[in-house]
Design a protein around this ligand. Structure first.
Ligand SMILES: [Zn+2]
Length: 1036
């Protein structure tokens, strides 16, 4: 699953939705009329729920009286023996055969007390309730939670195979299903507990073997707290027998982007709908009753009945299609291999496709809306997918497991993409690409999302983490392989050696350097915790730890270990210890002995990371002192776990170290550092030699040195920077800026390092500098003396800006692989020059914008459009803002729309910024997922920071209601709006605000407070020191 673009999950109630739901209740094709049709609308919104409940009470009362009369008459006329009461006797039997097929209660709307159907209340509903209470008391006496109330499913049953038959009614967005689950009994029990949520269950039957007949169902009920459905039987299921559980149910094709949901697009002026699934992590239970935990792998045989104007897709290819006379068709899909529920998938749409076949015969298709397919917007993705399957098959030495892989481009999706096995789903912006209007950055985004999801076909789908606490086992690997796989496609780009550092390592160390961080393996108890584990720590720290591991093992041994791991655990589940064991064995085979579990447990179970300090010992020759401590930005903050101070954090650190002098660097040596402080002998340490730790920044830690060594390194960079590798140059910059920000290093060191950049021709160190400068710039951009800082940066950038110049219009050129580094460097330098106010840069941007306005032809080079738009809006008058606003409305290209919208936030006109903020919440104007970016970008603008902060507080209720469930969105918003607040007053406002609102986003807010406290502390302690040095430096 790729997170970058996690989209809204809870759209606001709009009149249209109410209409749709009202339409649902007016009976519909495939659903019997009457009370059932009403029941087909689970979870009506508040007002309707009241009406529905009221209706039901009246109806229930009437039916009760009728039923009472009927029962009395029957009892008088016949002598009836009531064998059983309760749900088993309720409702008309639906199908023939053995066993009791029972009509059962509907899912309660929302949560709380189950509302039975009226006739149920008449017949023994009370008895069932009493029975339930007695049972609960019995469990209480035993001091145990009943099996349905436990956070995890009870272990006594295991699903072996599911037969799932669905009918999708696209005209009213409902579907009905019949699932047959073959169950294996491990411990005798009277209960079947499985997940089911937001559905109406119509009938349940349990049959023993296929021939031996039925087992009576005593009663059934939903237990919404744990999202389970419970079938209570009259007798225990016996061990080592196999049973069949049959459930007939109905539900909505949701408007929220979870479970089986719908979305739409417009083709030739006509709105077309599609239905697609998103089950990860816990939404399969909204589409069919199932054992919805990754450990319950089973085989699935799916059939989908739909109107013939649509086509249906699922994980496996269609085996047969059966056409009916009335224009309906049923597609029967082949049986899947063993798999978990969360990456099962299906779709009903009227897309078209293009196809390719891999060397090993896997059929790859890209499905998208017909106009996109016709334009060829999917061709790039299709082409690299074929090559990537071949790459992974070769790298892992495990063939792709299914006969086909479909990539489905949908207009709306809660994530950037989801790796469903054989049917991966992507939001259009992350898979469709039109080379004539796409920047390199956009191409890179599309490429990496595809590489990520394809890696999951092995890491995640074929071998699945046992439980969500180790979600990083799949997400960390997929994120790491984004870089390895992109290097395969574009060997010159050096993604794993270079861009990994800035985009993953440096990025996540910012987050993980907060005392309020958390370990990469997180305990997960409640279902509601599961969403929380999909965060940057799992993805980026996971990837960084895997890279460190690969590096100290050696890449070829690491690759062998992964091949073994996938081969041993394929079609099964694995926990982190399984990985550690396999990798340890691989190391042993090449004669190395490292206890990988012992090492990695410290990195995965402890939060944060160490800063290593290397001190040259001046009294004893060639002896250095290496110490470690936990790195934190704000050393005043109390550790999250007060029982365990920061001082108790220790890691086993694979520190690589090299010695250099003016023209030479030694080969690296590895030192395992495991104590607080250690002495080591370093040979060949001369007077003028410097030490460099963490060679190529493969380790997940920072390195600090004594000032003398820092000065020697700076000197080396200035005289001949190429002695130090590109990765280490970027690493030194990032470490120095962050060590200074946290107070481990004087403020001038990072600024002194920057001076060598005028000679730096590689992209990565510039990119690292630009990223590291950004938070510093935000700390200073509203201070009186900002211009001193600004002036200093401009001086460092000026000569390289002059050397590189501007790109020419490359509209007609294809994306040239070789020029990637150069183009990215030029872009970075132009961005720095324009944002710090280089006059030539400003003029150039203004000229390009004026040309666009006067000629109405956009000749701005693709790779710098965002910079030019933003600069134009900030410098030029309101007409330019209006022009960009108009273009934002008229363009249809998704990548272009996004940068136009962001440019609007660059204005320094506070009225325009306010207008934009207010418009951002209008879903007709700004897509829900983009509104967050508008608010965050206004907060980055020094002229808009307080406006965005005020707007955020005023609209918090609306924002929280809109994004609350999508935790990732909410935390992005909270951190985006607050991360650059840095005055005492703003800190007070933040704390007061948190006090006054109720619930939600608690983790994000505690992170926000810590960040702002660190900002305020930096202002208090270090700001003046920095300005003093800058003043002195500028007059020299
Ligand atoms: Zn993923």
């Amino acid at each position: 699953m790729a997170l970058e673009e996690k989209r809204e999950k809870r759209p606001p109630v709009t009149p249209m939705m109410i209409e749709e739901e009202a339409a649902l209740r007016n009976g519909s094709r495939g659903l019997p009329p009457g009370p059932w049709a009403e029941a087909a609308g689970p979870r009506p919104r508040t007002t309707e729920r009241h009406i529905a409940v009221h209706k039901r009470l009246v109806l229930g009362f009437a039916v009760s009286i009728l039923a009472l009369l009927a029962v009395t008459m029957i009892a008088v006329l016949l002598s009836v023996r009531f064998e059983e009461c309760g749900a088993a006797a309720d409702g008309p039997p639906r199908a023939g055969g053995n066993g009791s097929l029972s009509g059962v209660a509907r899912q309660p709307p929302g949560a709380g007390q189950p509302l039975g159907r009226p006739e149920e209340e008449a017949r023994g509903g009370e008895a069932a309730e009493e029975e339930e209470e007695e049972e609960e008391e019995e469990w209480q006496r035993r001091r145990e939670l009943p099996p349905w109330a436990r956070p995890r499913l009870p272990r006594h049953l295991r699903p072996l195979h599911y037969n799932l038959m669905l009918s999708a009614f696209m005209e009213n967005f409902t579907f009905s299903g019949e699932v047959n689950v073959q169950l294996e009994v491990r411990n005798a029990s009277r209960y079947i507990v499985l997940h089911a949520h937001r559905m109406h269950i119509e009938a349940v039957r349990v049959a023993e073997d296929k021939l031996a007949g039925g087992v009576r169902v005593a009663r059934t009920f939903f237990y919404p707290q744990t999202q389970v459905f419970v079938v209570v039987l009259n007798r225990s299921l016996e061990v080592q027998r196999s049973y069949n559980l049959k459930i007939i149910y109905n539900a909505l094709i949701e408007n929220e982007l979870l479970g089986f949901f719908r979305s739409s697009y417009v083709l030739h002026g006509e709105r077309r709908f599609l239905g697609v699934t998103q089950f990860s992590p816990t939404h399969a239970r909204k589409a069919f009753p199932c054992f919805d935990e990754p450990i319950y792998k089973a085989t699935f045989k799916i059939s989908i009945r739909h109107q013939a104007t649509y086509l249906s897709l699922s994980n496996m290819p269609v085996e047969t299609s059966v056409f009916e006379e009335d224009g309906w068709v049923t597609d029967h899909f082949s049986q899947t291999p063993l798999m978990s529920t969360y990456y099962l998938a299906w779709a009903v749409c009227n897309f078209t496709y293009r196809e390719t076949v891999t060397k090993s015969g896997v059929v790859v298709r890209l499905y998208a809306r017909p106009d996109a397919i016709r334009r060829g917007s999917g061709d790039y993705a299709l082409n690299i997918t074929r090559r990537l399957i071949e790459f992974y098959e070769d790298y892992f030495k495990v063939p792709y497991s299914l006969p086909k892989l479909d990539l489905l481009a949908v207009p709306k999706h809660p994530y950037a993409a989801m790796e469903n096995w054989g049917l991966s789903v992507f939001v259009e912006q992350r898979i469709l690409l039109d080379p004539s209007i796409s920047s390199i950055l956009y191409l890179l985004d599309v490429t990496m999302v595809i590489v990520h999801e394809l890696c999951h076909q092995w890491f995640g789908d074929l071998v699945t983490p046992v439980w969500w606490e180790d979600v990083w086992l799949k997400e960390g690997f997929a994120h790491y392989f984004e870089f390895i796989g992109t290097d395969y496609l574009y060997p010159g780009w050096n993604m794993e050696k270079q861009r990994f550092l800035t985009d993953v390592l440096h990025e996540v160390m910012l987050l993980d350097g907060l005392a309020s961080s958390h370990p990469v393996s997180q305990e997960v108890q409640q279902a509601s915790d599961i969403d929380r584990v999909f965060d940057w720590i799992a993805y980026k720290k996971g990837a960084a730890l895997i890279r460190m591991l690969a590096s100290f093992m050696g890449h070829s041994v690491f690759q062998m270990g992964l091949q073994d791991y996938l081969t041993i655990h394929k079609y099964g589940n694995a926990a982190r210890n399984d990985l550690w064991n396999t990798l340890s064995k691989a190391l042993k085979r090449v004669g190395k002995s490292v206890n990988i579990q012992e090492v990695m447990d410290q990195w995965t179970l402890q939060m944060g990371y160490p800063v290593i300090t290397i001190l040259g010992n001046e009294t004893t020759d060639n002896i250095i002192v290496i110490s470690q401590e936990r790195f934190v930005y704000d050393s005043d903050t109390k550790p999250k776990d007060p029982a365990r101070g920061d001082s108790s954090y220790l890691w086993q650190i694979p520190l690589t170290i090299a010695v250099g002098n003016t023209s030479h660097i030694s080969s690296e040596a590895i030192i395992w550092v495991s104590n607080k402080s250690e002495h080591h002998r370093i040979p060949a340490l001369e007077e003028a030699s410097w030490l460099l730790g963490n060679i190529n920044q493969t380790g997940y830690f920072r390195v600090n040195y004594d000032i003398r060594n820092w000065k020697l390194l700076i000197n080396q960079l200035t005289r001949n920077h190429e002695v130090i590798s590109v990765s280490n140059r970027a690493g030194l910059i990032d470490d120095a800026f962050n060590l200074a920000r946290a107070g481990y290093l004087p403020q001038n060191i990072p600024l002194e390092i920057m001076r060598y950049l005028s000679e730096e021709k590689d992209f990565l160190p510039w990119h690292a500098a630009s990223r590291a400068l950004y938070p510093l710039d935000k700390l200073l951009d509203r201070t009186e003396n900002y211009n001193i800082f600004n002036e200093y940066i401009l001086r460092q950038v000026a000569s390289m800006y002059l050397k590189l110049g501007w790109p020419t219009n490359n509209l007609n050129k294809s994306l040239v692989q070789a020029s990637y580094q150069h183009e990215e460097l030029r872009r970075e330098v132009i961005m720095l020059a324009c944002s710090f106010g280089n006059k030539h840069c400003h003029q150039q941007a203004a000229t390009l914008i004026s040309d666009w306005i006067s000629s109405n032809r956009n000749r701005i080079p693709l790779n710098v459009r965002d910079i030019v738009y933003c600069t134009g809006v900030s410098l030029m008058d309101e007409d330019v803002w209006e022009f960009i606003w108009m273009k934002f409305h008229s363009t249809t290209a998704v990548s272009e729309k996004k940068i136009l919208l962001e440019a609007l936030t660059c204005s320094d006109d506070r009225n325009l910024l306010n207008r934009l903020l207010n418009l951002s919440l209008n879903s007709e104007v700004v897509l829900d997922q983009d509104a967050i970016d508008v608010i965050i970008h206004v907060a980055r603008n020094p002229h808009g920071r307080d406006l965005a902060w005020k707007f955020f507080r005023e609209k918090w209720k609306i924002l929280n209601a809109r994004y609350g469930e999508a935790l990732f969105m909410n935390s992005k918003l909270v951190s985006g709006v607050t991360e650059f607040l840095n005055t005492e007053g703003e800190l007070r406002e933040l704390k007061n605000f948190i006090k006054s609102y109720e619930g939600g986003a608690a983790v994000s807010f505690s992170r926000a407070v810590e960040t702002v406290e660190a900002n305020v502390r930096w202002q208090r302690l270090y700001k003046e020191e920095l300005f003093q040095w800058l003043r002195k430096s500028l007059t020299q």
